[in-house]
Design a protein around this ligand. Structure first.
Ligand SMILES: C[S@@+](CC[C@H](N)C(=O)[O-])C[C@H]1O[C@@H](n2cnc3c(N)ncnc32)[C@H](O)[C@@H]1O
Length: 205
């Protein structure tokens, strides 16, 4: 796809750039997302690369935390036929998610919710929980650590979080490694774009 189309191909998905006319139109209609869900963040590439190498079971029920434009979940729907729910506190991200789901010919449900409000019984309905670039403020470390712990208690098979390596995420991952038997590792991707950071994987190794 030519660069002038303001689109990218990433891990089998088509992703619009912010300058694409459709994204401009959505911003005019839906408003600008206010909690940094205003674009596709590169940590999604770390997640997609990890999942390509460590696939989910076909039809897995997936919760995508802080989904923003929802590319991590859309990847799961496209490649694993996953039943995906994109969760975000900011509902103005959902039109961007639905646009990309349709563009990539999958369906994704949305759920407006804060991390701290997700209950154990909600989590029991998922096989996997994913999240990319969601632990970017100090105050997000605690709710996301607690959510990971609740997910493990609820029997979720795998929680995978990807991040460019911000300090709140590193603290969360180190803590999960220590207390929840999670794995915390550096990860990098060179194609189709460069991305570096780290992953926290709780549950299946
Ligand atoms: C940096 S963006 C990442 C978006 C997407 N995961 C990606 O990688 O492209 C962070 C997302 O987390 C959401 N968010 C921030 N705080 C939240 C909270 N407490 N509960 C739920 N979602 C939250 C924001 O609205 C935003 O969409």
């Amino acid at each position: 796809m030519p660069a002038t189309s303001n689109s990218r191909r990433l891990f089998g998905l088509t992703v619009r750039q912010n300058a694409h006319p459709d994204m401009r139109k959505l911003r005019r209609e839906a408003g600008d997302p206010s909690l940094h869900g205003n674009k596709f963040w590169k940590s999604s590439c770390l997640m997609m690369d990890y999942l390509q190498r460590n696939p989910l079971k076909k039809g897995a029920r997936v919760l995508d935390l802080g989904c923003g434009w929802g590319l991590g979940g859309i990847f799961c729907a496209k490649h694993f036929d996953a039943k995906v729910t994109g969760l975000d506190a900011d509902p103005s991200v959902f039109p961007f998610l639905q646009y990309h789901a349709e563009l990539n010919e999958v369906a994704v449900k949305t759920w407006r919710c804060f991390y701290e409000k997700v209950r154990k019984q909600d989590l029991a309905g998922f096989d996997a929980v994913i999240g990319t670039d969601i632990c970017f403020w100090d105050k997000l470390e605690e709710p996301l650590y607690n959510l990971t712990r609740r997910a493990m208690q609820a029997g979720v098979g795998r929680v995978v979080l990807a991040d460019p390596g911000r300090s709140p995420f590193r603290r969360l991952a180190a803590r999960a490694e220590d207390k929840l038997d999670a794995t915390y590792r550096e990860w990098q991707v060179s194609r189709p774009m460069k991305a570096t950071g780290c992953l926290m994987i709780a549950g299946q190794r």
